[in-house]
Design a protein around this ligand. Sequence first.
Ligand SMILES: *[C@@H]1O[C@H](CO)[C@@H](O)[C@H](O)[C@H]1NC(C)=O
Ligand SMILES: *[C@@H]1O[C@H](CO)[C@@H](O)[C@H](O)[C@H]1NC(C)=O
Ligand SMILES: *[C@@H]1O[C@H](CO)[C@@H](O)[C@H](O)[C@H]1NC(C)=O
Ligand SMILES: *[C@@H]1O[C@H](CO)[C@@H](O)[C@H](O)[C@H]1NC(C)=O
Ligand SMILES: *[C@@H]1O[C@H](CO)[C@@H](O)[C@H](O)[C@H]1NC(C)=O
Ligand SMILES: *[C@@H]1O[C@H](CO)[C@@H](O)[C@H](O)[C@H]1NC(C)=O
Ligand SMILES: *[C@@H]1O[C@H](CO)[C@@H](O)[C@H](O)[C@H]1NC(C)=O
Ligand SMILES: *[C@@H]1O[C@H](CO)[C@@H](O)[C@H](O)[C@H]1NC(C)=O
Length: 799
Amino acid sequence: MLVSLKTALAVVLLALIGATNAQQGAYYDSNRHLWYNTSGSSFSTGLVIGNGRMGAMVFGSAFDKVILNEASVWNDLFEDRTNPGSLAAFPKARDMLIDGNYTQAGQLVLRDMSSIPTTSRWFSVTNDLLLDFGHAEGSISQYERWLDTIKGNTGLNYHYNGVKYTREYIANFPTGVIAIRLTASEPGALSVNVTLDRSKGILGKHASTENNTVTLDVGGDGSDAVPFRAAVRAKLDGGSISTTSNSGLRIIGATTVDLFYDAETAFQWPSESLYKNEVQKKLQNAVSRGFPFIKDEAIEDHSSLTTRVELNLGPASTNAKLPTDYRIDSYRENQGADVGFITLAFNFGRHLLVSSSRNTGGPGLGVPANLQGIWNDRYNPPWGSKYTVNINTEMNYWLAEVTNLPDTLRPLWDLLWRSHDKGNSVAKKMYNCPGYVSHHNLDLWGDSTPHDNGTQWSMWPSSSLWLTQHAMEHYRFTGDRDFLKNTAWPLFKDAATFYDCYLFEFEGYLSTGPSISPENAFYIPSGSPDAGMQAAIDIGPTMDNSLLYDLYTNIIESSEALGIDLTKDPVLSKVKNNRSKLRPAAIGSKGQILEYRKEYGEPEPMHRHISHLWDLYPGSRMTPAINQTLANAARRSLELRLAAGGAHTGWSRIWTAACFARLLDGNQTLYHIESLLKEHPMKNMLQAISREGVFQIDSNFGLVAAVSESLVQSHAGVVNLLPALGGRLAAGSVKGLVARGGFVVSMSWKDGKLLEAQITSTRGGKLAMKVANGQNFKIDGADVDDVTTTAGRTYNVTL
Ligand SMILES: *[C@@H]1O[C@H](CO)[C@@H](O)[C@H](O)[C@H]1NC(C)=O
Ligand SMILES: *[C@@H]1O[C@H](CO)[C@@H](O)[C@H](O)[C@H]1NC(C)=O
Ligand SMILES: *[C@@H]1O[C@H](CO)[C@@H](O)[C@H](O)[C@H]1NC(C)=O
Ligand SMILES: *[C@@H]1O[C@H](CO)[C@@H](O)[C@H](O)[C@H]1NC(C)=O
Ligand SMILES: *[C@@H]1O[C@H](CO)[C@@H](O)[C@H](O)[C@H]1NC(C)=O
Ligand SMILES: *[C@@H]1O[C@H](CO)[C@@H](O)[C@H](O)[C@H]1NC(C)=O
Ligand SMILES: *[C@@H]1O[C@H](CO)[C@@H](O)[C@H](O)[C@H]1NC(C)=O
Ligand SMILES: *[C@@H]1O[C@H](CO)[C@@H](O)[C@H](O)[C@H]1NC(C)=O
């Protein structure tokens, strides 16, 4: 691991935190630390850390509450929800749509194709850890707490009765535990009651002074949880320990107390004894290694990922020194003047992904970041905190390749494979087709049947297409042929096998249907029954055509990379020809991209989804580099959505920003990034779906992708530096962004112009370049646009 000088310096500075109270907040780096002068008290104020599998939200109050989540604690085991009526209804619904009987088709789909029950499994809170120090909240002083987005830890200190109390919270990935150190500045001044709390489904809870452990066993009816064991173990320096009447631990007169927590579930382990043993094993291991080791190991691990990219967007403004909650307000009031706040949000987004998505399961058992990442305080959270795969889960991973965090992707591939295995039977039972299919939501188990029961969301048989795009992009960024061959290719092949059977020819084009343009609706056109009423289910929405084109392109590209002869395969041999039979994007009367096969009237012109612009971002066929006509129409579509009040959720706002980056419009990109950061961050920097709305993590992640997209683009075979730099970001630097082809980019700029860039080739190959869309530049002093690179060499780009 390379620790930069800056990181090393920060280590020294952080060691000083709390050593003096000369000036509150003086030690914090406004690009990397969140900090506060008051404790948290609710979900919007707790600070979050995680080891990829377990997340902790720390309130840090005098009576502390830590909300704990293990990624596989979902409410129940797998359930096959396939509607037995599907098979008969599918061709009928299709015929109804061909006849223009939209309402009838919609009703039939809901009745006979929606799953029974309509909802899949949902994510559920694991338990709380309660730490009662007996300190009256009103009598503590000099309170300060912080979170380090680079190291991934959080902590606090305050004074009470002349003693300084300090707490530090660590999420350790390699050893697999959450660890907490509690200390008092005076020997013997630390007393604390430790309990694990859950209000549902407790099968057993007890405390023991044999192993200084509180053990909680959960499961069964009404638990909203797959069976699991959670436990916390204490290690004391001084003092005494006993058990309490409510099965907690009572520690008196200690100076330092270390706590280690683990939870293991019936999802991760095939038997009760195995998951119980694993808790014992992990805690024993953690205790014997000790807190200092667990802490160093965790920080080294987290930093080894987070320090791969270093962003600097300019000098810190005075407001950047404020406690983070005040800084958030000031950012809104001062219209985004504090550009360093974008850097903090960027670093925080990467901290969140490293904390909520690591390769922690056994084979196939990785659990990706869900709608709330891994931080949830409810037994049935909003939208079940599932995998909404018609934008949200995909957005969670947009940042992974470009900001060099491929280590976070294994859980996504694992979920895709679970969906593949479940989706095999869904394809057969619903459509009588081979291959696999998935609809608009997945759960922990990969349930791929339709979810919910509404014409605007449930019937979308295309999510496997969007998800497999991530597998292709992984290859383009990393060049990992083993991955392409063993993980991605079989998914591509089985997805194509499904569509080969499922697609039908309509008006001369290979089409999907019944399907939707995610979550949008249209007015039934005149000439059809119920003309003027709303409908959502149709044949061949634009997004489906974009996604199918992408899959077929990916199959052609991978077959070339893997040396596979497509003509030998009964299904894949058709791909090239059938790709040209997909309906091309069409332009409507307002100059916009049509969302459907016809220019229907729009009941929701401000709709949050911009599914028909998939080919602008994250796809590329509507970008100026590839098709200027389509790019102009895509811009028009964005403008129409925005004029009607669009981009009103966090994820919609930041998707819009990424689209403007692809349109090479720096000011619009920045405007939408700033709008997101003015409206959506809660006090703890997690972002709400709308101002005052519930937390949904997608926009925290999407922001990182949109900022990256404004600095480096590489979707059109060309590495484009500073393609969409907003006016306000005139000076800055970035290190470590990754471009397709495996080129690692570091650069600095001033007065809105590139100063110099270093591009490291990780695997050789041709590097074609552009700077700010057409500025002249030199590579290693030569006046050329491209160069054949050598792996390991760095190339200098100057103007
Ligand atoms: C916290 O900081 C803000 C901004 O500097 C200040 O106005 C407020 O008084 C501080 N609160 C405490 C409890 O120190
Ligand atoms: C569509 O509706 C028309 C008029 O109600 C009806 O005659 C026709 O049979 C319907 N088509 C299908 C496939 O149900
Ligand atoms: C879904 O909605 C349709 C139409 O309202 C209804 O007939 C059907 O029973 C619903 N499905 C379930 C499982 O509730
Ligand atoms: C801790 O637990 C003990 C025993 O149940 C109880 O008497 C005491 O009040 C508790 N102390 C705090 C600070 O909660
Ligand atoms: C701690 O010890 C108790 C009593 O021996 C035992 O029942 C419990 O399983 C142990 N807990 C853990 C997590 O090892
Ligand atoms: C798909 O391609 C195959 C062979 O290239 C062709 O025979 C078939 O007709 C195509 N399917 C459609 C619906 O056009
Ligand atoms: C751009 O897309 C339009 C619409 O699909 C198509 O007609 C045109 O040929 C494309 N232009 C280029 C240069 O590919
Ligand atoms: C972008 O915004 C800056 C001010 O931040 C302004 O000076 C510049 O003219 C704008 N550029 C365009 C193309 O509108």
